[in-house]
Every structure is written in structure tokens, then in C-alpha cells.
Design a protein around this ligand. Structure first.
Ligand code: FPP
Ligand code: MG
Length: 401
């Protein structure tokens, strides 16, 4: 008989606890898998691989779920880092819409408008993958997972509110390939609808009952507003300009990703080091994501992007490709200062950017941030969600829209 006096008792207890944790994680992942397979049985055939990604041993039928995931999911995740959270994400849109006013009225129509299942849901997917990666370190109960799912939804609601306001500020007519809220319902209703979405996100956040998480995600709202303000001003000094741009980029884009990752980590009861890794990963992925967005504004077209391109110069904004180009073509500096508002400025600036290596340097900077995100995430325990986050940091460099 074993008892507390038995040598190795506490090690045995720890091992039993770990086994329980793994069983719990496996059970949940198995149910996700079953749903994926039922939804798309054909993809199993096409994506079969012969060896397990984790242990490299040959797979047999009896090893459909050899360690944590089936060969199909492992193969699929190599081409789509989001495959691990697809099932959860497919239900998020409806869950979000359920949070909006219950009676069918105009406010509900506007609130629902962008939750049409066509959005990329990039932020919720990153948050959910991070939740899975950090939960690998900790005990993860169902209640923890559902609170982390709430963060994913809150992130998307805040993001959507900011886009509705942004389109009013930028006077944009299209977003995600359809008319903006502003152009359908007018500015006043667009602003109020954005405020309404923020109020819904605040209620959902408060309901989580974790004051640290409330502070973390409220910081995002401040950052979004400050980032937008920073974008309205420019720096006289050329050396300060790039710092100003990067700081603005963090606040406008990366803060939401960084702090959503931080929030899911806190809710997962992670220690401070893991939470810091989660934040740094989100921050670097966010900055890389925005740098690519700024680059695509010079290299892509409206059909591909689903929103106007070549827009930044027209809005008076000097983003990374222009700032890099100005190092070779200083004649860009006075144009930057007058926010490209003189006749011919925009065409001239575009030509100089095309002649310079501004686009290539922007891509290189995005790559640096992607590498830093990977360096950070590799400090977590190896798991498939962690690998997906790593792959995501690479894939975002190749995105076309
Ligand atoms: C898109 O920028 C906009 C944002 C990432 C955030 C905008 C923030 C605000 C308007 C502040 C108000 C915030 C809240 C929470 C209501 P973009 O114009 O560079 O990108 P786009 O090409 O997608 O329009
Ligand atoms: Mg805009």
C-alpha cells in the first residue's frame, strides 16, 4: 500500500495530477476533432500524413489521436494555423450577435452588420490559440476556457467598434467588400453604433469579474483612441518620426492583440513570465501585421483588400514605406510635413516610394517582429497550439489582404 510516507509520494501525486490534466485537455480536443471531422470528412483523406508530427512514429489507424491531435489535424494545421480553433471560431459570430439588443431594431441591424461571418476573425483566433497554448502549462477547467472565449469575442467587438469609428474619421466607403456603416446609415448613427458595441464589450468584460482583466482590456480602448490621435499629428524631427510611427502602430493595432493574449493568460492562471510572453507575442505579431498592412496599401488593389488602397497618402499619412523611402529621397520630408496636401504630392510620393527600397525595408522590419514573436512563443512548452502560433507569425508575412 502506498501512503504519504512512501518514498517518491509527492512525485507520484504530481504525475497523477499531470495525467488528469492531460486527460482533460485530450477529452476537449477529441470533441473538437470529432466536430471537425463530421463537418469535413473529405479533408481527412486529402490531408493524411504517415508519421506523427510530435513523436515522428508511423501512424496506424488505431492511432488516430496518437498524442494530442489526429494526423489530419496535424497535417491541416501545417497549412492553416487556425485549424485548431476553427470550430470554436465558427460559433463566435452568433454568440456575439446574441449579446446585442434583443428586439429587432435599427441599432441591432447596425451592430450585426459586420458580424456576417465574412470577417477574418484574426484577433479572436490569436486569442484562442494563445489560450490553448498557455492552458497547456496550467490546469484548464471548462469555466476558464469559456472566460477565455469571452475575451476572444470582446476583442472582436472592440475591434469592430473601432473600425466603424475609423471609417467615419477616414471617410471610407467600403470595408470588407461592402459599404461602410457610415455610408449606409450616416455618420451620427455610425458613431452611436460604435459606442453601443463598446458598451456591450464593457458589460461582457465586467461580467468576467476579474478586475485585472478589466484593466488590461480597458487599456486597449485608451490605446486605440491615443493611437488614432497620434496618427493625426506628425513630428517635425525626422529621427522622431519613425518612433512616433511605431508607437502609434502599437497603440492602434498591436495593443489589442497583446492585451487580449495577456488577458487569456491571466484568466488561465498563468504565472507572470508566461503572461509576459503572451503579451510580447501579441505585440510583435500586431506590429508585423500592421507593417504588412501599410505595405499592402502601396502594393495591393481594392478588389483584393476589400477596402480602398493607396489610401494612406490620401489621408495624409506617412507610413513605413514612405518613412524608409525618405531616407534615400529627402524631398519626401516637406511632403510628409504638409501631409501630402499640395497638388501632385501623392503621385510624386508614390513614385519615390516605388523607386526606393521602402517596401522591401518595411517587409524586413515586419520579419524582425515576426522573428521576435517566434522567439517569445518558443519559450512556452511545446504544444500544437504553440506551433500554430509560431506558424501564424510566419504566415502573416505572406498575407495578400
Ligand atoms: C483602422 O485603421 C483603425 C484602427 C485599427 C483603430 C481606430 C481607432 C479609433 C477610431 C479610435 C476609437 C476607438 C474605439 C474603440 C471606438 P486604418 O485606417 O489604418 O485601417 P483601414 O485601412 O482598415 O481603415
Ligand atoms: Mg481607415
Amino acid at each position: 500500500m502506498y501512503n504519504m510516507a512512501t518514498p517518491g509520494w509527492s512525485r507520484l501525486q504530481t504525475e497523477i495530477l499531470n495525467l488528469y490534466r492531460q486527460r482533460h485537455i485530450l477529452k476537449r480536443q477529441l470533441s473538437t476533432l470529432r466536430t471537425q471531422i463530421t463537418k469535413n470528412p473529405n479533408s481527412l483523406e486529402r490531408t493524411r500524413v504517415d508519421s506523427c508530427h510530435l513523436c515522428m512514429k508511423p501512424l496506424t489507424c488505431s492511432q488516430t489521436v496518437p498524442l494530442r491531435y489526429s494526423s489530419a489535424v496535424i497535417a491541416n494545421y501545417k497549412t492553416n494555423p487556425f485549424s485548431l480553433v476553427e470550430t470554436e471560431v465558427s460559433t463566435l459570430c452568433d454568440k456575439i450577435k446574441q449579446k446585442f439588443v434583443s428586439e429587432k431594431d435599427e441599432l441591432k441591424d447596425i451592430a450585426d452588420y459586420y458580424f456576417d461571418g465574412k470577417g477574418k476573425f484574426f484577433r479572436p483566433m490569436v486569442a484562442l490559440l494563445m489560450a490553448k497554448a498557455v492552458n497547456f502549462h496550467n490546469t484548464s477547467e471548462d469555466s476558464i476556457w469559456s472566460s477565455q472565449e469571452e475575451i476572444a469575442m470582446i476583442a472582436e467587438i472592440i475591434h469592430t467598434a473601432s473600425l466603424i469609428h475609423d471609417d467615419v474619421i477616414d471617410g471610407s466607403n467600403t470595408r470588407r467588400g461592402k459599404p461602410t456603416v457610415d455610408s449606409v446609415w450616416g455618420q451620427k448613427k455610425a458613431i452611436l453604433a460604435g459606442d453601443y458595441l463598446l458598451s456591450v464589450s464593457s458589460v461582457a468584460l465586467a461580467r468576467l469579474g476579474n478586475t485585472e482583466v478589466v484593466a488590461v482590456l480597458s487599456q486597449v480602448i485608451e490605446d486605440l483612441v491615443r493611437g488614432e490621435f497620434m496618427q493625426m499629428g506628425s513630428k517635425e524631427n525626422e529621427n522622431d518620426r519613425f518612433n512616433h510611427y511605431l508607437k502609434k502602430t502599437f497603440k492602434k493595432t498591436a495593443s489589442l492583440l497583446a492585451n487580449s493574449c495577456k488577458a487569456v493568460s491571466i484568466l488561465g492562471n498563468s504565472n507572470e513570465d508566461i503572461t509576459e510572453v503572451a503579451f510580447e507575442y501579441g505585440k510583435n505579431v500586431g506590429i508585423a501585421f500592421q507593417l504588412i498592412d501599410d505595405l499592402l496599401d502601396f502594393t495591393s488593389c481594392e478588389e483584393v483588400m476589400g477596402k480602398p488602397t493607396a489610401a494612406d497618402l490620401r489621408l495624409g499619412l506617412a507610413t513605413a514605406p514612405v518613412l524608409f523611402a525618405a531616407q534615400d529621397y529627402p524631398e519626401l520630408n516637406p511632403m510628409i510635413m504638409r501631409r501630402f496636401n499640395e497638388e501632385g504630392d501623392i503621385e510624386w510620393a508614390r513614385k519615390l516610394v516605388a523607386k526606393s527600397d521602402g517596401v522591401a525595408q518595411t517587409r524586413m522590419l515586419a520579419e524582425e517582429h515576426s522573428k521576435e514573436a517566434i522567439r517569445q512563443i518558443r519559450t512556452l512548452k511545446q504544444s500544437i497550439p504553440r506551433d500554430s502560433l509560431e506558424q501564424l507569425a510566419v504566415i502573416l508575412l505572406q498575407r495578400q489582404n
